[in-house]
Design a protein around this ligand. Structure first.
Ligand SMILES: Nc1ncnc2c1ncn2[C@@H]1O[C@H](COP(=O)(O)OP(=O)(O)O)[C@@H](O)[C@H]1O
Ligand SMILES: [Mg+2]
Length: 357
């Protein structure tokens, strides 16, 4: 078999995106005003990791109408005001701005080019929740007030966030001008994951295939971790294992051979996205007997304050490392549900700590 390995890469954009019709229709609808020369409706895409937010937005940007200049900025990579506007400049001009350029000059060059080209800009700010709150607000504000600086400048913004409560961090300066349309990306169910993985396997493998039961096993594992990204990676490594042996059909045994490695890479990656305090809370949840958030907070209170603790809980929940729910027991009480086996998490934290020594 011939394998097109790029099809299994993180940044591969499929020709056909499954199960996201309603989101894509709503995005297209928000972009529609650009057809008539006005700026698109601003958007806020919310959802847990690996729910297709980046893929869908990048797809929409590439397939957007001609009058719209789509610019994609990944805030995980571009983490300062300078870097973000450098990226926008580069997209518009086709080259990087001269070193030492002042921010004011950079900013006005962007506005000028936007107006000159007679295009409407559509800026996607991906993973915006990874920016410090103040910076996030400043970037949105600078873009949205562009038309006050230079008449005729038109821009629409789409922010993408895994933090479902991000809009609570929008400050008063921007809420008066920024009323984004919220577009939600729910987690895929088992059936959906299976279909997406199947399609990916068909596209990526020529003259061979993944056996039905092997594919199902991959989908199941993917669903167990609620993470399609894990499934696609497991698919890739399973295909590699079969390819190495010169096989044309990827079988269950090929999946089983690589699953342990895949799992530890997956956990390690997840944990490397956490700060020290966040790892502390995670470990505590996975080792303590306590389930109610109030009790857990009390046990951790010498280490951190109330606001910080609950902020971390929310982040862990957004990353799907835990769930929280409410139960009636002498009043309403919030409790934590573990998403993984304790051993898996403890082992991953151990391995991560060893590696970073
Ligand atoms: N509906 C879909 N159809 C096909 N592939 C998808 C779909 N949704 C997500 N993927 C794939 O899953 C992985 C994670 O998607 P991504 O868009 O990066 O998620 P997010 O940005 O929400 O974290 C990517 O490899 C992407 O190609
Ligand atoms: Mg993403």
């Amino acid at each position: 078999m011939i394998v097109r390995y790029e099809v299994f890469d993180e940044d591969y954009i499929p020709d056909e995106i499954l199960f996201r019709d309603s989101q894509m229709n709503r995005i297209a609808f928000c972009l529609k005003p650009a057809e008539h020369g006005s700026r698109p409706v601003n958007m806020l895409c919310l959802g847990p990791p690996a729910t297709g937010k980046t893929t869908v937005m990048r797809y929409m940007v590439t397939h957007a109408m001609e009058s719209l200049k789509g610019i994609y900025v990944n805030c995980q990579i571009h983490q300062t005001k300078q870097q973000i506007f450098f990226k926008i400049f580069e997209n518009l001009y086709g080259y990087v701005p001269p070193p030492g350029i002042s921010f004011q000059k950079l900013y006005s060059s962007i506005l000028k080019k936007g107006v000159e080209r007679g295009e409407i800009l559509f800026v996607v700010l991906d993973d915006i929740n990874l920016l410090p709150e103040k910076l996030m607000n400043e970037v949105i504000y600078l873009l949205l007030k562009g038309h006050e600086e230079l008449m005729g400048f038109k821009v629409g913004i789409s922010c993408i966030s895994t933090d479902s409560k991000i809009s609570a961090q929008f400050d008063s300066k921007i809420v008066s001008v920024f009323h984004p349309e919220e577009i939600l990306f729910p987690v895929y169910d088992l059936e959906e994951m299976y279909e997406i993985l199947k399609k990916r396997a068909e596209t990526g493998i020529i003259g061979g295939k993944v056996a039905e039961d092997a594919l199902y096993l991959i989908a199941e594992k993917s669903f167990e971790y609620l993470d399609l990204r894990f499934g696609i990676n497991l698919l890739k490594t399973s295909v590699m294992a079969a390819d190495r042996k010169g096989k044309d059909v990827v079988a269950v045994e090929d999946v089983e051979e690589v699953i342990e490695d895949s799992r530890s890479v997956f956990f390690r990656k997840m944990i490397s996205a956490l700060s020290g305090d966040e790892i502390d809370v995670l470990l505590h949840i996975y080792t303590s007997e306590s389930r109610f958030t109030g009790d857990i907070y009390r046990e951790m209170k010498t280490k951190m304050g109330y606001t910080k603790f609950f902020k971390i809980l929310r982040k862990l929940e957004d990353l799907r490392l835990i769930d929280t729910a409410v139960r009636y027991e002498k009043g309403l009480r919030r409790y934590v549900v573990r998403k993984f086996k304790s051993d898996d998490v403890i082992r991953a934290v151990d391995e991560y700590a060893k590696r970073s020594l």
